[in-house]
Design a protein around this ligand. Structure first.
Ligand code: PMT
Length: 420
């Protein structure tokens, strides 16, 4: 089971909890291991014994259990999973997730996790239609949480309408698709309008560039490529033919994406131009603004005399400007992409500087982020971005870079559906 994918299944208190047994069995058949958290209300509908027997694992119920917390605390439960599924998700857990309430093992795990989360709501039709629930669902979706269902149908309370939990077969299908697309990347795809970008061609830049000082040294920056790679993966998962022009990074190649590896800004520019025309260009790379003019063929030597004393002054590096990839694509006279998106990495007056950058570079949208030391934006899992277009500024909540990629890809799809 070591190479199995791992789902952490949170079962909350609804009549549909009995369906979790079928869900576990069907996931296991597809080589997806399931570990369960059962809430107090959930235990009114399904027994821990039945869940343990089917999952072949301990069932976690209590945040204050010394045994549970020492064996596998809420952080480990989340860390150990590839995906968290809440099924059934009651109106109560949905409200707690929206508000950030952490008063039991399930809600604490959900608050503490950075993993993709999907919920399968199940409740009475009036509870589902209630403005509070609808507002909560809207907020969760904006945070990148995916929904499966609910469905319309007869309910246990003798009413008819929306609120029935999606069938286990549907949940299994979505989870299986998520994992098959995810092989090699971490793009949340559940609930996506799959194929909505098919027929579109996207070019994404990602990572740093390395600018040679001499054959053994280079100038670089702290970009890890996580953000750009996540965007490429998300575009591909929505069906776009995606080319990722990547500077030197440790990131795995995203599934379904053609990757062109480059080192320097000049190479990145040439690789991007070779991939045009395209419908969408996203410049997420941290391209060096300058390179060393005429780097020598041989290593620059630090000269020392016999007694170790310095005999030469430190070298002076003459810099010259690199080509601006974003600006040159944005201002193409012929075959300009329908949508050009830049990023702005700022350390002060983030929005103000990003707004001027959008104008000066000529791109359609700019995604601003703060890269000051201490934000963890460079290299971290999460990012806080502001999407700026001609209409104004959208402040997005802190999200994983994968969720940002996914939400950006959805925004792009909607834009292209409307405007091209
Ligand atoms: O890679 P990660 O560790 O995940 O971090 C993500 C990130 C911080 C690198 C990313 O979110 C980000 O902000 N990327 C843009 C970094 C940057 O170079 O920003 P800038 O403000 O200096 O440049 C503005 C825009 O012009 C960017 O779209 C950049 O790609 C582009 N540019 C800059 C210089 C140049 N010569 N050519 C360009 O295309």
């Amino acid at each position: 089971m070591s190479n199995w994918k791992r789902v952490l299944l949170i079962i909350t208190g609804g009549i549909a909890a009995y369906k979790s047994l079928e869900l576990i069995r069907d996931l296991q058949r597809r080589k997806i291991a399931v570990r369960c958290i059962l809430t107090r209300a959930g235990a009114e509908f399904v027994t821990p014994m039945a869940l343990a027997a089917l999952s072949g694992d301990k069932v976690y119920q209590d945040i204050f259990s010394l045994t549970d917390e020492s064996e596998m605390g809420h952080i480990e439960l989340s860390r150990d999973a590839d995906l968290i599924v809440v099924a059934p998700a009651t109106a109560n857990i949905i409200a707690k997730m929206r508000a950030g309430i952490a008063d039991d093992l399930a809600s604490t795990t959900l608050l503490a996790t950075g993993k993709p989360v999907v919920i399968a709501p199940a409740m009475n039709v009036r509870m589902w239609e209630h403005a509070a629930t609808q507002e909560n669902i809207g907020v969760l979706k904006d945070r990148g949480i995916s929904l499966i269902g609910p469905n319309e149908g007869d309910m246990a309370c003798n009413e008819f309408g929306m609120g029935r939990m999606a069938e286990p077969s549907k949940i299994v299908e979505e989870i299986t698709t998520f994992f098959s697309v995810r092989a090699g990347d971490t793009t949340p795809r559940l609930g996506a309008r799959n194929g909505v970008l098919s027929g579109r061609r996207a070019v994404v830049t990602s990572g740093p560039t390395h600018e040679a000082v001499d054959p053994v040294r280079y100038l670089a920056n702290h970009s890890s490529g996580r953000q750009g790679h996540a965007i490429a993966a998300a575009l591909a998962s929505l069906g776009a033919e995606t080319i990722l022009v990547a500077g030197p990074t440790q990131q795995p190649d995203p599934a379904g994406v053609t990757v062109k590896n480059v080192q320097s800004a000049v190479e990145m520019m040439a690789a991007c131009q070779a991939e045009l025309p395209a419908d969408i260009v996203i410049c997420a790379a941290a391209v060096a603004d300058w390179r060393v003019a005429n780097p020598p063929q041989d290593k620059i030597k630090k000269e020392r005399g016999k007694n170790g004393n310095k005999t030469s002054a430190p070298p002076v590096l003459q810099l010259e400007e690199n080509p601006d990839i974003l600006a040159s694509i944005s201002t193409l006279k012929t075959e300009r992409p329908a949508l050009v998106v830049g990023f702005a990495a700022e350390t002060n007056s983030v929005i103000e500087h990003a707004k001027s950058k959008r104008i000066s570079k000529g791109c359609d949208w700019i995604v601003a982020n703060d890269v000051s030391p201490g934000t963890g934006t460079f290299g971290g899992d999460h990012n806080t971005v502001h999407v700026i277009d001609g209409d104004g500024v959208e402040d997005w909540p802190v999200m994983s870079k994968e969720k940002i990629g996914f939400r950006l890809a959805e925004r792009i799809a909607q834009y292209l559906e409307t405007f091209s």
